[in-house]
Design a protein around this ligand. Structure first.
Ligand SMILES: Cc1cc2nc3c(=O)[nH]c(=O)nc-3n(C[C@H](O)[C@H](O)[C@H](O)COP(=O)(O)OP(=O)(O)OC[C@H]3O[C@@H](n4cnc5c(N)ncnc54)[C@H](O)[C@@H]3O)c2cc1C
Length: 438
């Protein structure tokens, strides 16, 4: 049996490793058009902040990791055509071309950025090669403009500002990171950026980028204004990279690849994973296009399990953001208040400001206090709390269900945990007061 995987990033590598576990006798070939496997896309930020010694260290896997397990890796090879009737792939490698037959095919070609703007101006931290080029551009640049105030744009602001650049952030919505943050935390994040000298402009939709004379400067023209910058990074949403399969596979309205719960596509013996597909999100298992490394890894291994017999359905996951900004840890888990309201849920929200300057924003159902989402900006790391909160959200915990887990005050637990429990008490008493008044 020959299993071929197209795309050697998080989803593709996860699929290849899992295939080896499920089908030890199978021949497994991973085809990647780039020079390495699974590049962590924010490595450029870490490099600029001095936390990564070499941009090359951004690869999550080495070819040796896979070859030592008996997986055949074809780097610098691009699949140019799929003949799904005869199960043949056409592959291009440094001028040569070849064909490969397969019994099962896993598509893991990922996502791509939105913009078709002039390449010379762009910062693109997606791959090692583009990060290297972007670093060279950044070295010459004084001004950097970032389009898109989501998590990627926000993190980039800090990295470029710390590298001494004059940084401008343009966001189309009236607040930053709307998919993850409601107003109180979004505004706290914005204040943090502005206090470090980042210029933040909202309700700005970029229409055009125009070169200025022969210099490296560009005019960025929006619906409201014109900005001057040496470099531009598009940190906007991705779209699924479907070029290879566009005219032969069933797609959804957002042009992600349509898959069933076992990740099978409309093509025979063909599965799709990672940033090519939507995932079921949250308690309602609503299907959304939500690019993330974790989802890519999970879907890669789930598809592998289902190649011969459908056995494992893709589980629903909570939307989660964990980011760092100027010494703060930023966590967003579950629904925002606005997304809950869009689904017709009547919510109650509260903001708790801790003595140390952190903030916790809680969203629950107004009637029974079931926690729907938490957004937390904190100077202390929140990984331990993330695990508890994730479990609690999936188990539909109310404030009380969380509060019975509160550690005794003498137990020596970190102060940060007390912040969470104080915030939950605060939330519960406000919600009950309001319910009582109504
Ligand atoms: C700047 C930035 C920061 C990010 N930060 C985070 C973060 O902090 N946390 C997080 O969870 N996610 C983050 N993401 C998103 C995350 O990188 C993606 O969700 C993840 O990489 C998707 O993995 P994937 O395997 O589905 O696809 P991709 O990583 O997009 O990889 C697809 C691979 O397929 C290859 N390929 C495509 N077509 C072909 C072909 N025809 N033949 C051969 N090979 C092909 C490509 O070369 C590529 O290597 C970030 C993304 C960006 C751009």
């Amino acid at each position: 049996m020959h299993i071929v995987i197209i795309g050697g990033s998080f989803a593709g590598v996860s699929a290849a490793l899992s295939c080896k576990t499920y089908y030890p006798q199978a021949k497994i070939t991973l085809i990647e058009k780039g020079t390495g496997l699974a590049y962590i896309a924010n490595s450029l930020n870490e490099y600029l902040k001095g936390k990564l010694a070499d941009l090359k260290n951004g690869y999550a896997y080495s070819i040796k990791d896979l070859q030592s397990k008996g997986i055949n890796c074809l780097l610098n090879h691009e699949v140019t055509k799929i003949d799904s009737t005869n199960q043949i792939l056409y592959v291009k490698a440094s001028g040569d071309s070849m064909t490969l037959t397969y019994d099962y095919l896993i598509l893991a070609m990922g996502g791509k950025g939105f913009t078709e703007e002039p390449v010379a101006a762009l910062i693109d931290p997606h791959s090692y090669e583009s990060s290297l080029k972007s670093f060279e551009k950044l070295q010459k640049a004084k001004m950097v403009l970032i389009v898109g105030g989501g998590p990627i744009g926000i993190e980039a602001c800090e990295a470029y500002q710390r590298a001494g650049k004059d940084v401008t952030l343009l966001e189309a919505y009236p607040s930053l990171a709307v998919k993850y943050l409601d107003k109180p935390i979004s505004q706290a994040v914005e204040r943090l950026l502005v206090s470090h000298g980042v210029n933040v402009y909202k309700r700005e939709l970029v229409n055009k980028i125009v070169p200025v004379n022969d210099t490296i400067a560009y005019k960025v023209i929006t619906n409201n204004s014109t900005y001057l910058s040496d470099c531009v990074q598009f940190a906007t949403n991705f779209t699924p990279n479907i070029n290879l399969v566009e005219n032969q596979i069933a797609l959804l309205a957002d042009r992600s690849v349509a898959v069933d719960e076992y990740l099978a596509t409309s093509l025979k013996h063909t599965f799709a994973v990672g940033d090519l597909i939507q995932i079921p999100v949250g308690l309602h298992r609503k299907s959304l296009y939500w690019p993330s490394i974790q989802h890519s890894i999970t879907s890669g291994s789930i598809a592998a399990a289902n190649l011969i017999v459908p056995t494992k359905a893709l589980p629903s996951s909570e939307t989660c953001l964990y980011s760092k900004l100027y010494g703060y840890n930023l966590l967003s888990l579950g629904m925002t208040a606005s997304s809950a309201e869009e689904e017709g849920i009547v919510t109650f929200t509260s903001t708790y400001v801790s003595q140390k300057g952190g903030q916790i924003f809680i969203i629950s159902k107004a009637d029974d206090g079931q926690i729907l989402g938490i957004q937390w900006l904190s100077l202390a790391p929140l990984q331990a709390e993330l695990a508890l909160l994730m479990t609690g959200l999936q188990a539909k915990f109310s404030e009380d269900d969380f509060l019975v887990q509160a550690p005794p005050f003498y137990s020596g637990k970190s102060l940060i945990q007390f912040d969470l429990y104080k915030a939950l008490y605060h939330h519960k008493s406000l919600r009950q007061k309001e319910a009582h008044l109504c």
